[in-house]
Write a protein that binds this ligand. Structure first.
Ligand code: R5P
Length: 296
């Protein structure tokens, strides 16, 4: 088994490899003077099962293209099986034509990933809203793992919250709120969210009341931070005591973290599916476990 990561997922791939007692495979990636990308696989992959780790986050078009080059080259060089681990899967939010004529980017990206010889794919807390299962877009075996239990464990370790109410800021976040609440043996609820623009949302509470409670807000992605800021306003307005925020993918558009921090939350934490200043929880064990199962 060979574990290899693209340039921006190199640190994660090394952690996964070291969890498995392996050394990560090596690549050479650079640009030609005209801007084209050059990629060379330096590890012998002939006859091997290869786990390619490539999170497709900032500069998603470039990172997607790197994945396509990696997977296709591995297959050309005789790899027996290529399993994609795409911890953050960009374009999943464009899973529908919201306006006539829009690209169905989720579908196009999935087709591209399959077209280069990917045999199986793993994602982590992939944004599945209207598309509820990855098998609706992939014809290869696909699996969506969750980092929420790891985030909940970290919150517990920090030990700042007493019997927290877990809140998902929109209906879709129920799956993550439920997972985190189960792990923390506590209750959860979700808010209702209406998106008014790329960076503008309206959030409304439902049943729960956070008066006198500590709260953990969980979501898959923090991008502009707008969703979290609106949820925090409601919760402090209800009389919440302390609030912590946890997300799987800290995409963090410029200014997002600052915007959240000034609301008075205790901590904002995320995982290393996207390297960021708040990526304090690693998903390496989650990936390593799957790689081990495949090779066992
Ligand atoms: C969308 O429904 C996602 O689950 C997140 O809530 C959203 O991507 C967060 O975006 P932002 O931080 O820009 O509000």
């Amino acid at each position: 088994m060979i574990v290899v990561g693209g340039p921006t997922s190199e640190a994660l791939a090394s952690k996964v490899a070291s969890e498995l007692g392996l050394e990560a495979g090596k690549l050479e990636v650079r640009r030609f003077p005209d801007g084209e990308k050059y990629l060379r696989v330096l590890t012998d992959v002939q006859g091997q099962n290869v786990a390619v780790i490539q999170s497709i986050h900032h500069t998603p078009d470039e990172l997607l293209f790197e994945y396509l080059l990696m997977a296709n080259t591995m297959k050309d060089l005789g790899a027996k099986k290529v399993t994609a681990f795409i911890p953050y899967f960009a374009y999943a939010r464009q899973d529908e034509r919201f306006k006539p004529g829009e690209a169905l980017s989720f579908k196009t990206v999935s087709k591209l990933i399959e077209s280069v010889g990917t045999d199986e794919i793993y994602t982590i807390d992939m944004h599945q809203h209207r598309v509820l299962k990855s098998s609706e877009v992939f014809s290869i075996p696909s699996h969506n793992l969750s980092a929420m239990p790891f985030l909940a464990d970290h919150v517990q370790k920090l030990g700042k919250l007493q019997n927290p109410l877990v809140i998902g800021p929109d209906a879709e976040a129920e799956q993550w709120a439920k997972l985190a609440a189960e792990r923390l043996h506590t209750d959860y609820d979700v808010f209702q969210k209406t998106r008014l623009g790329d960076a503008k949302v309206e959030v409304r509470p439902r049943r729960s009341n956070a008066n006198g409670r500590d709260v953990l807000i969980v979501d898959d992605i923090i991008s502009t931070g707008g969703t979290i800021v609106e949820a925090v306003k409601i919760l402090f307005g209800q009389g919440a005591k302390r609030i912590q925020v946890a997300c799987t993918h800290p995409i963090l558009a410029p200014g997002a973290l600052e915007k959240i921090k000034v609301t008075g939350v205790e901590d904002v934490i995320g995982t290393d599916t996207v390297p960021s200043p708040i990526s304090v929880v690693t998903v390496a064990p989650l990936i390593a476990e799957q790689v081990k199962r495949k090779s066992g």
